[in-house]
Design a protein around this ligand. Structure first.
Ligand code: ADP
Ligand code: MG
Length: 264
């Protein structure tokens, strides 16, 4: 049994089936890429895994540590070790990055405002963030700014990775973390993620382009088209896609519907 198992997952949005039976096994220590054209259901997969209420799971299971993730609330999923870096991070005016990160960390450790020994100390907080912030080229003023408020596209994506570095998940789902990043930022983000790779972390990189996979070498690549995984293999699958694009599947009406051209 894999550490993280997605079994025949079917997901509908507003009554329309988007994911049509997705299965995927991910072990800690592995990096998997899920690639697919716009509208193929990549973000739907990430939202469904995290428990977004608009994404209705109609069939399937997702197993982590012997628990069906789908039975848990989003915060319980996070506490179990799942992290989602959003494709479109939300702006939270009035809440500083520092406050947000500290609260998230405390909460993950079970600090309920009473037992101070569970709370992250200022010194520990500092030491947790210093390394990743340097790697991500974020200066200290970042922590005083409101979450994603006025952040550039690249800053938002780097802030998502900073949260991941602080929270140290076991399963990280990165939804198009590379989109909107210039070439330098891709490198900083990739170096930071590569620095977190290890036997305790499984990563699902969701992407549209092969570019980030030149920096973060995946162990496995899956191709998602029209809500189904149409191909799985090693890193060579990404190389093939680089040459052929998704046209092989787009020409196949049974696999790729009219959604393919949709920009989302
Ligand atoms: P991708 O991330 O691969 O580009 P998405 O999962 O965002 O694809 O979208 C897949 C399909 O589901 C698209 O047709 C999109 O319009 C639809 N969809 C996704 N989220 C919503 C939503 N919240 N409301 C309505 N339709 C949605
Ligand atoms: Mg998406």
């Amino acid at each position: 049994m894999a550490d993280f198992e997605i079994r025949d997952l079917r997901v509908s949005v507003e009554g329309r089936e988007i994911l049509k039976g997705v299965s995927l096994d991910l072990n800690r220590g592995e990096v998997h890429a899920v690639m697919g054209p716009n509208g193929s259901g990549k973000s739907t997969l990430s939202y469904a895994l995290m428990g977004h209420p608009s994404y209705q799971v109609t069939a399937g299971q997702v197993w982590l540590k012997g628990q069906d993730l789908l039975q848990l609330a989003p915060d319980e999923r996070a506490r179990l070790g799942v992290y989602l870096a959003f494709q479109y991070p939300t702006v939270v005016p009035g809440v500083s990055m520092r406050n947000f990160l500290r609260t998230a960390l405390n909460w993950k450790r079970g600090y309920d405002g009473k037992d101070r020994s569970k709370a992250v100390s200022p010194r520990e907080f500092q030491s947790l963030l210093t390394g990743p912030m340097q790697q991500l080229r974020m200066d200290s003023t970042f922590l005083s700014r409101y979450v994603n408020d006025g952040f550039s596209g690249g800053e938002k994506k780097r802030a998502e990775i900073l949260q991941m570095a602080a929270l140290k998940p076991e399963i990280a789902i990165l939804d198009e973390t590379d989109s909107g990043l210039d070439i330098d930022s891709i490198r900083y983000v990739s170096e930071t993620i590569n620095g977190m790779r290890g036997p305790d972390l499984g990563v699902l990189i969701i992407t549209h382009y092969t570019r980030i996979l030149q920096f973060i070498k995946p162990d496995y690549v899956h191709v998602l088209v029209n809500g189904q995984i149409v191909r799985s293999g090693g890193p060579e699958v990404a190389d093939e896609l680089e040459r052929t694009g998704y046209s092989e599947w787009a020409d196949e009406p049974a696999l790729a519907g009219a959604d393919l051209g949709e920009v989302s």
